[in-house]
Ligand binder design. Sequence first.
Ligand code: FAD
Ligand code: SIN
Length: 538
Amino acid sequence: MKYSRYSIIVIGSGIAGLYAALKLEQQADLPDGLMVLTKSDFGESNSKYAQGGMVAVLKENECDSTESHIADTIKAGAGLNDFNAVKFISENSDNVVKDLLNFGVEFDRDRNNNFCFTKEAAHSVRRILHSGGDATGRMIELALCKRVRDNGNIDIYENGLAVELLVNANSECKGVLVYNSITGEYETIYSSAVILATGGIGQLYKYTTNPEGATGDGLAIAYNAGAVMQDMEFVQFHPTALAFDDDVNRFLISEAVRGEGAKLVDADGIEFMQKYDERKELAPRDIVTRGIYHEMKEKHLDNVYLNASCIDKGTLAERFPTISKKCLEKGIDISRDFIPVAPAAHYFMGGIKTNMQGETSINGLFAIGEVSSTGLHGANRLASNSLLECVVCAYAVSDFLKDKNLSSPKQIDSEIKSVIDKYSEDSDFESVDLSEMKNKLKEIMWKGAGIVRSEKSLSTAIEELNELQEKFGRQAKCLNKYEYELKNMLTVAKLIATSALQRKESRGAHYRLDYPNTNEACVHSILTKKEGELDFVK
Ligand code: FAD
Ligand code: SIN
């Protein structure tokens, strides 16, 4: 099997991975170099599709303060947030924004060259920076991808799928085993530190705002390697994805459209959010999502509508060019017509448990961005806090690693050798109908572990996932990239459903029909794989 050696390998070319790579290259001593590995084309990621913007608690924004941002984040997170994580990320916001500007990222400004701030749900002030109107993720990705490509010291490996982590008998991560989806070959990459920045899980659900690659790979490989996972039941459903029957990967209609004044209405144009929360359209995301869910259920609707016609036509065109264009392609003029919207899986609050330096429970393995669980988001993420977390945590991990000895490992033990051996053997599998299995998994999760859950729905989901896993039959080696993704989706789906079954309360994005109240005694859920079995840590 081919192999290479690096000081650090960063897995993922979203905003967390790219920014970490740039900071490491600037700050750390990398005797064996730095690689960014990504399973698709460079830059393809959830990050690329981010619309609304990035929270920025800037000194020049006089109406804002870290205290106010911390309070909003904890209120939206239904109290499950870790105060220190919230404080750290909020307080570092000013620094990272300035640093992003140095890397060529531009945020929208007014005629006087001051930043334009927008508002989204559950923010008490305007504090969200945006770029290209509603193309914030794309603009940041473009700038960071260019910087990484132009930087002669960062190697880029596209179409390389991280399949398994190389963890030795002392629970130290020494690299990663990679499947090259172009050549079909396996390779080992040894490194002193592995940084997982592999993003989220939206593809586990029938309806999602996430692109095809959001299959939870990093979560599955970290769990399989024995990493401690946190709050796996917390999946955020965005209230307003553009709803057309034939589209299951749904285009997002940014919360910023509601932030600028758009209203949710039923098919008769009647507003309904006042029934669910006095903050109406700008209540936290979980509340708006459940409001829409009830409205759709009660009135037997496939979707509700967003009415943006109250916003000035010029403002709409300037602030939301991507959304305006996409809707026009579907025959909707957003300055005049109602936009059909419905909830869709959007963001994962749970993940690999880390501290603020990105350290996981495995030495040498770090996690940043959506794949990690720092405790920032609690039970429900405040809008636009994700991009901020990506950059602050990428900055923090590079700061932590900058003084470390980062020589690549020179020896491997029998534990690592046995991992490599598994992938060197020939495999003889019966082929399966992958798209049928993937669709089945997505249906199971949407119905059983979706917006509203119960003991019955979750137990049924787990049973059906077990049957599907048995039918699929892959333990380690698979035939191609899509099989690996399905294997990872099955692993993570079971973790989500099992954790959700265990949490006997409703809080933030986790709503149980059979336990509709919050139980203050419930804390973070922590689980790990022990002797091949899922184990909840008290
Ligand atoms: P990602 O950007 O998802 O990147 C993951 C990377 O890992 C990808 O390059 C992927 O190819 C790679 N990868 C995955 N698995 C493997 C593997 N096995 N091997 C190799 N590579 C792998 N948040 C905000 O704060 N503000 C917003 O306005 C906003 N809008 C959003 C709009 C949409 C439509 C979506 C989907 C999300 C939005 N979010 C927003 C959430 C935010 O974009 C994401 O949480 C964030 O960008 C995640 O960044 P990341 O770097 O952690 O992961
Ligand atoms: C949006 O623009 O509505 C998405 C913002 C986010 O997910 O934080």
